[in-house]
Structures are given as structure tokens and as C-alpha cells.
Ligand binder design. Structure first.
Ligand code: ATP
Ligand code: MG
Length: 491
């Protein structure tokens, strides 16, 4: 009777947090043990990275000690089941050569009989559920094995569903972020598409991301994407521009301070790293930080700890860091202006955004998209660009990148008196721009390559990235065009 009320109490406790897969899995293990009158029950999951079995739940005598152990695939009964994907019944372990006493011996536990079943999906083993010995010392039999299998099916179903939900949630975040939001990233070039894919790939991990590229290229936009696609997106991203504040202020902002840490510090104030606990910290213009600040940032990245100004106790936070810079950190490292160890800590995942002038097809799609949104926003009905205006836009080198293009289009939408953006609506530096890639001093081969590259970029831009049409226009084979694109490194 007492046992039953214990069970109900345990079940109630766990069911109150049904949303949590881990609790539900533990609940299944507990129910398995109680219903089967077993002395102990465990659930092990396959850890793909380690390629080992690790305990998820381990209930019964010596449970907490056993839970610390890891088991290789193929080791003992559990390892055998994980490797073969078949359920087995071992009524007497001393008679079975597959039995390995390592686990039982290491914690001083005696075992007589085991039933063990895999958690199997499409032939893939996700984990293993096992029960050990009946409480009344009767041997496990085939009926027990059948019962165990229904519990392992239950656990498998739960894992599949949880996985599905996580996939769906991930997909929703992706769609919301890339389709609907006002921070939508626009671009047709392979580079931009790949950068978006890379952000989606790394969003789930905690790995540090370093975003590099010229000013106005979209670094902040991509940093936001990483955060918004991540499971951390429920909390706001914390942003700080490391170049905007003098060192002492930056330090106070990031790490906070204790009461009396400096004149005027009349109360304790937590810093941004504490505010970003469980979320993402975007360190913009990381190349601007002083050597002393670099040391402190390195510690946060390495250990997840820091001290408030004037504080003695280390504070631990769970923060994912995304950093950006328009400087070449590699060069700064060479010149000893940036710590090499910090650079490697930041550069775990690199998103490199090339200048707009190297992404011909993006210029036109961005211009058209900005035109649409500004004419809507400013309630100025404009149908498009004249061909001359579009050619000038496509040929300009955009030193200020997307930001400059965006501002140019906004200004043109405000200024134009026609229903199209014309050449005269654009600033003179754009309409008079002559791209001059031919410079005396380079080798003939470099000059010819430069010309070829520019010519191909412009021809592709003209044809909106359509290679077949571009090849026809240039009167070359499409395969030859593809080869040139690869050889010349055309974005
Ligand atoms: N691919 C893109 N699609 C749509 N808008 C973009 C894109 N790239 C940049 N923008 C817009 O251009 C402007 C500049 O982008 P952002 O601030 O992210 O650049 P940045 O690289 O951080 O620049 P800086 O180095 O000057 O800080 C923003 O208004 C941003 O919304
Ligand atoms: Mg920026």
C-alpha cells in the first residue's frame, strides 16, 4: 500500500511537468520498474558525439553511482542490445558470455537476471531500457520481456515526438525569421544564401560566432538572425557596441559593479553579461577593445565567469557570444593589436560577408526590395527603375554597401517626381561612376583576369544571375562560364 502511494506521489510530481521530455522519460523508467516489480531499472541513451551509452535515468540500489558510468557499444548486455537493436532476456547472467560485470562490480552490486530492450526508430538505436532482478528474486521470463518491450516502445514514441516538436519549432523560427520579419535578409547570391544556412545550422549550438565584413554589409542583421533562430530567442539578445564607449565605461556596462566599487557607485548594479544569462550577447566592433578588456572577455568565453567591478565572488553565466567587426582580426593578431587566444575563441564559427560590389545579383534584388518598402512606407507610388538608373546602380561599387544602397533608394523615392526612379534621382557619384579595375603596375594576367571577372559579374547581374542566358549573351558554353566563375572566384 505504501509503495503504491509512493508511486502515485512520484507520478504526480513528474506529470506536473509533462512538457519536459526528460521528466517523462524518467517517469517511464520508474513505471517500468514498479509495474514489473524489478529491483532496478535504467534508461541509457546513445551519445552520438562520444559514440557511447550514457545513463539518462538509473533507479534502484546504487542508481546514483551507476549513473556516472558510461558504457561502450558492444560492452555487456546493454552494449550488445545497443549494437544489435534486439531485445534480450538473460535469466542468469553468470551463464551468459555477453555479460560484463564491470558496472556491477565497480559499485558492488550483485545481479542475477536482466531484461533489456532497445529504443528503435527506423533501424536506429536511440537508447536502451533495462530492468534487473525481481524484488521477490524470481527470474525474469519471456512475459517480462514482452512487458518491457511495451515500455521501451512508449519511451521511443516519446523521443520521436519530442524530436519532431523540436524540428517543428526550429522550422517555425526559421520561417518567421527569414520570411516575415522586418529584419528579413534579402539576397540571391550563393554567398548570402549560404550565410543564412550557416546561421540556421549553428543556431542550436552555443558555439561563438564571428561575423566579419565591411561597414554596412549586414553584420548586425546576421547576428540577430543567429539569435532569433536559436532556442535562446525567447529572451532578448543583448547588444553592445564595444567601440562606442571608453574602456572604463565599457567594463562597467559589461560586468556591472558592487556598491562602492568607484566614486558614485552607491548601489550594486548587474552588468550586461548577467542580463544576457540564458540568452545571446552581441559584441559589436570587437576589434575596438583594449588589451585589458580582451583578457576579461577571454575569461568569460573560456570559463563563463567574471567578477563585478569591486567584486570578490566569480559570477557564472550561460551566455552565447556573437561578435562582429569590420577590421581584419587576423592582421591585428599579426600586429599584436589583438590577442591571438581571444581571436581563436571568437572565431569558432566564421560568417564572412563579402562586399556588395562582389555580389552582383544582390544589388538589383536589394534595390528593388528597398524601392518597394520605401514607396509603401512613404506612400509614394513608384513602379520601378528606368533601365539607365538600374544600370548605374548595378555598376556602382557601393563602398558603404547595403546601408548606402538603402539610403540612396530612400532618398530617390523621396526626391523623384516621376513614377520611376530615373538617373537624375540618383546622387552624382553613382551616375558618374566609372569602375576602373585596370591599373598600371599589375601583370597582364592580373589585368585580364580582373577584366574578365568584372565583365562576368556585370553580365550575370544584367541577366539576374541566369547562367544559361549569360553564356548565350557572351557566346560561350555554359560549362565554360561555370568554370570561369569558379576559377575567377566570382561570388
Ligand atoms: N541582405 C540584406 N537584406 C536586407 N537588408 C540588409 C541586408 N544587409 C544589410 N541590410 C540593411 O543595411 C543596413 C546596414 O546593415 P547592418 O547594420 O547590419 O550592417 P553592419 O555590417 O553591422 O554595418 P557596420 O559595420 O557599419 O556596423 C541595415 O539597415 C540593414 O537592415
Ligand atoms: Mg553594425
Amino acid at each position: 500500500m505504501e509503495e503504491k502511494s509512493d508511486l502515485i506521489r512520484d507520478l504526480t510530481q513528474m506529470v506536473t511537468s509533462v512538457a519536459d521530455t526528460n521528466n517523462l522519460l524518467s517517469l517511464i523508467v520508474l513505471a517500468t520498474m514498479k509495474v514489473m516489480n524489478a529491483k532496478a531499472a535504467s534508461l541509457l541513451r546513445v551519445d552520438k558525439k562520444k559514440d557511447k551509452l550514457v545513463f539518462h535515468t538509473c533507479i534502484g540500489e546504487k542508481g546514483p553511482e551507476i549513473k556516472q558510468l558510461e558504457i561502450s557499444k558492444g560492452e555487456g548486455i546493454v552494449g550488445w542490445v545497443a549494437e544489435r537493436g534486439e531485445a534480450i532476456l538473460v535469466p542468469d547472467v553468470s551463464q551468459d558470455p555477453r555479460w560484463s560485470s564491470r558496472v556491477a562490480d565497480s559499485v558492488g552490486l550483485s545481479t542475477n537476471s536482466i531484461a533489456c530492450a532497445p529504443l528503435l526508430v527506423n533501424g536506429k538505436v536511440l537508447g536502451v531500457l533495462e530492468v534487473i532482478d525481481h524484488t521477490n528474486n524470481a527470474l525474469m521470463d519471456e512475459d517480462d520481456l514482452a512487458r518491457l518491450k511495451s515500455f521501451s516502445d512508449l519511451a521511443t514514441g516519446l523521443l520521436v515526438k519530442a524530436g519532431e516538436y523540436e524540428e517543428v519549432a526550429k522550422e517555425n523560427r526559421f520561417l518567421k525569421e527569414t520570411m516575415g520579419s522586418k529584419h528579413k535578409i534579402i539576397g540571391e547570391s550563393g554567398i548570402i544564401k549560404k550565410a543564412i544556412e550557416d546561421c540556421a545550422k549553428v543556431a542550436n549550438s552555443k558555439a561563438t560566432v564571428l561575423i566579419t565584413g565591411e561597414s554596412g554589409i549586414g553584420k548586425e542583421l546576421f547576428a540577430r538572425l543567429v539569435h532569433n533562430l536559436s532556442p535562446r530567442s525567447a529572451k532578448p539578445q543583448v547588444v553592445i557596441n564595444c567601440g562606442a564607449l571608453p574602456e572604463t565605461l565599457l567594463e562597467r556596462e559589461l560586468f556591472g559593479h558592487e556598491k562602492g566599487a568607484f566614486t558614485g557607485a552607491d548601489s550594486r548594479r548587474p552588468g550586461l553579461f548577467e542580463a544576457a544569462d540564458g540568452s545571446t550577447m552581441f559584441l559589436d566592433e570587437i576589434g575596438e577593445t583594449s588589451p585589458a578588456m580582451q583578457v576579461k572577455l577571454l575569461r568569460v568565453l573560456q570559463e563563463g565567469t567574471f567578477f563585478r567591478l569591486g567584486g570578490q565572488t566569480p559570477i557564472h553565466v550561460d551566455v552565447r557570444v556573437v561578435a562582429a567587426t569590420n577590421k581584419s582580426l587576423e592582421k591585428m593578431v599579426e600586429e599584436k593589436l589583438f590577442r591571438e587566444d581571444l581571436f581563436y575563441r571568437l572565431n569558432v564559427i566564421r560568417i564572412e560577408l563579402p562586399p556588395l560590389r562582389d555580389r552582383g545579383e544582390d544589388i538589383i534584388v536589394l534595390a528593388e526590395s528597398f524601392l518597394k518598402s520605401f514607396s509603401r512606407e512613404l506612400n509614394h507610388k513608384i513602379k520601378g527603375f528606368t533601365p539607365e538608373a538600374l544600370t548605374a546602380i548595378a555598376n556602382y561599387s557601393w563602398p558603404g554597401n547595403v546601408r548606402q544602397l538603402q539610403n540612396t533608394i530612400e532618398r530617390a523615392v523621396i526626391m523623384t517626381e516621376a513614377d520611376h526612379i530615373r538617373l537624375e534621382d540618383l546622387p552624382s557619384e553613382i551616375t558618374q561612376f566609372k569602375n576602373n579595375t585596370i591599373q598600371v603596375g599589375s601583370t597582364l594576367k592580373d589585368a585580364v583576369d580582373n577584366f574578365k571577372k568584372e565583365f562576368i559579374v556585370k553580365s550575370l547581374t544584367f541577366n539576374k544571375g541566369n547562367k544559361t542566358r549569360t553564356a548565350e549573351m557572351l557566346d560561350i558554353q555554359r560549362t565554360y562560364l561555370s568554370r570561369l566563375i569558379k576559377e575567377l572566384g566570382v561570388g
